[in-house]
Design a protein around this ligand. Structure first.
Ligand code: CP
Length: 334
């Protein structure tokens, strides 16, 4: 997609960190023909668009390894508006935007005018008037990024809204799984735990099934209820049925901040019945990898040994997060 022929490479300006590649050198630019102003969830993307996003992330990853800087976002001002805690998503968006030459503005919500009662829309209008052109928004309210996209002219990237969607997490999970399995077509992916409160699970169901996988869910009944009608998704009564011959397994954190605790008698009982460990993973295909979007509560949904084992792709997910977010920002660039 991006031209790195010798003739193009010879026009690149050297810089202290490697090579700076200017927008005109990229033919075509990553955003050419991209139909979307915002990324609100992965359900807005066709299979071809999902694959284009993953392919571009692979290219971004290789360019990061070669320590190349791209100025695809030159002139863009990216605002980080995280109204809920985050480590991976916030840091990787900041690094991704900077790697693409954007100016990055952090809006620390706890010391912003939100604490004086300013609404989300007024806050976003203020950012827009100061020159912010893209907002990376995390919010506890499901649907907040959709309200934002309707209310302001800046481009919105959903960095996680309530229990609804986390599109860039699903994209980086799909990339990590595609790296490990070669393809998602025909693969069985098991997702275990607090599905009902999980924006990661919902976005993964869209992305993984669109890319050809079948997804098996298992967890306490009140956390998997209603998902059996989802195309390409099976809800298992028993953990073993979801894990049996799975090509990959993903554990989820119990979303206590969304009052998930009421779904199980205690965390100890959850771990006893649904927690992932090496013995239980033996039901999956040999060497089937294990994933977790993080943050993990080791000893609750996954053992510390399994999270640190050779089968764990948890570190790869974080690494892929930066490249995937570079790809998303590049696709949305003007
Ligand atoms: N997976 C995820 O969204 O992690 P953070 O909350 O640390 O961003």
């Amino acid at each position: 997609m991006l031209d790195m022929s010798d003739s193009a490479a010879s026009r690149h300006r050297p810089s202290a960190g490697g090579v700076v590649i200017s927008w005109p050198d990229l033919d075509p630019s990553p955003s050419a023909g991209w139909a979307h102003r915002h990324l609100l969830d992965v359900d807005q993307l066709t299979r071809a668009e999902l694959e284009r996003s993953l392919d571009l992330a692979v290219e971004m990853r290789e360019r990061r390894i070669r320590r190349e800087s791209l100025d695809l976002l030159r002139g863009e001002v990216v605002g980080l508006a995280f109204c809920e805690p985050s480590t991976r998503t916030r840091v990787s968006f900041e690094l991704a935007a900077e790697a693409l030459g954007a100016q990055v503005v952090e809006l620390p919500i706890d010391v912003s005018s939100v604490t004086k009662g300013e609404s989300l829309v007024d806050t976003l209008r203020t950012l827009e008037r100061t020159g912010v052109t893209m907002v990376i928004l995390r919010h506890s309210m499901s649907g907040a990024p959709y309200l934002a996209a309707r209310s302001v002219a800046v481009r919105i990237v959903n960095a996680g809204d309530g229990s609804h969607a986390h599109p860039t997490q699903a994209l980086l999970d799909a990339l990590t799984l595609r790296d490990a399995l070669g393809t998602l077509d025909g693969k069985k992916i098991a997702i275990i735990g607090d599905i009902g409160h999980s924006r990661v699970a919902r976005s993964n169901l869209h992305a993984l099934t669109a890319l050809g996988a079948s997804v098996w869910l298992a967890g306490p009944p009140s956390w998997v209820r209603g998902f059996d009608g989802w195309p390409g998704v099976q809800v298992a009564d028993r953990l073993q049925d979801a894990l049996a011959d799975a090509d990959a397994v993903m554990a989820l954190r119990i979303q206590l901040e969304r009052e998930a605790g009421g779904g199980v008698p205690s965390l100890r009982e959850y771990t006893a019945r649904w927690g992932l460990d090496a013995d239980r993973l033996a039901a999956a295909r040999p060497a089937a990898p294990v994933l977790h979007p993080g943050p993990t509560n080791e000893g609750v949904e996954i053992t510390a040994d399994l999270a640190a084992s050779e089968r764990s792709l948890i570190g790869a997910q974080v690494v892929n997060g930066v490249a995937m977010r570079m790809a998303v920002l590049a696709l949305l660039a003007r």
